[in-house]
Design a protein around this ligand. Structure first.
Ligand SMILES: Nc1ncnc2c1ncn2[C@@H]1O[C@H](COP(=O)(O)OP(=O)(O)OP(=O)(O)O)[C@@H](O)[C@H]1O
Ligand SMILES: [Mg+2]
Length: 249
């Protein structure tokens, strides 16, 4: 077991409503440095809201969220720094359409971190190399496949040297033949020790890369277990029902 001070992301009694809808209910979650968590659960269970709350794209109503021991800041410069600590990759690629691939990756380091241009370019090229798209550096996003764009989105997040990476269904908008190239990059990242919170229904990825599966339903964490245990011997009725649906379709 990692020591207590290895906790990197900690949620305690987190609650969130959208009007009458109680979307996060007393969420307690601790993610240690280097740990990879896969979050799964039915549509509407609160998975995206959880990610957005950790990245402070959503406010919470009560409870606390800390990243590396620091509570989430409300706004201003401290929030910009938190966003640099927490990288996020969404289902849609969200690249800047009118900037080249290279410029997409260098923009954050230059504007937010004040990295000198030449250094930012060298680091960006190394990251594009790492995700296998260095030869696309001078193109525009629309000229790349979905899988390539998503790998650029990962490189762009990594360029900010995040402490933790959040992925919200990063492969669900991709054509099947492109899913693996993105999952391979994520698996490498996991094996290199990146702390990751990944919303995905890709069980192969969960089995290869995750330390723990967190199952959400109705805004609650219903069950947590290592992937093998969760997929072969789920305990809650909700998890059994959910797995029977995703396994048979
Ligand atoms: N901005 C919003 N305003 C109002 N309701 C919202 C908002 N965002 C999400 N919700 C609602 O909150 C609940 C949780 O949504 P969330 O997107 O977190 O679910 P999810 O688990 O990510 O679902 P999916 O698997 O479909 O992506 C849903 O009922 C959703 O309709
Ligand atoms: Mg979602």
């Amino acid at each position: 077991m990692p020591a207590a001070n290895d906790a990197l992301v900690v949620l305690e009694k987190v609650n969130k409503h959208f009007g009458d809808l109680h979307v996060l209910r007393d969420i307690d979650l601790r993610v240690d440095r280097g740990e990879v968590i896969v979050v799964i659960g039915p549509s509407g269970s609160g998975k995206s809201t959880l990610c957005r709350a950790i990245n402070r794209l959503e406010t919470i109503d009560s409870g606390t969220i800390t990243v590396d021991g620091r509570p989430l800041p409300q706004e201003g410069k401290a929030l910009a720094h938190l966003r640099a600590d927490v990288g996020m990759v969404f289902q849609a690629f969200n690249l800047f359409a009118h900037k080249t691939i290279l410029d997409n990756v260098t923009l954050g380091p230059i504007k937010v971190k004040g990295t000198p241009k030449a250094q930012a370019r060298a680091e960006a090229m190394a990251l594009l190399e790492r995700v296998g798209v260095a030869n696309q550096a001078d193109k525009f996003p629309a000229q790349l496949s979905g899988g390539q764009q998503q790998r650029v989105a990962i490189a762009r997040s990594l360029a900010m040297s995040p402490k933790v990476m959040l992925f919200d269904e990063p492969t669900s908008a991709l054509d099947p033949e492109m899913i693996n190239e993105v999952l391979d990059v994520m698996t490498d990242l996991a094996h290199e020790g990146m702390t990751m919170i990944v919303v995905t229904h890709e069980m192969g990825f969960a089995r290869r890369a995750a330390n723990r599966v967190v199952f959400m339903a109705d805004g609650e964490i219903q069950e947590e277990a290592d992937p093998e245990t969760f997929f072969t011997a789920p305990t809650s009725a909700r998890a059994k029902d959910f797995l029977s649906k995703i396994l048979t379709h």
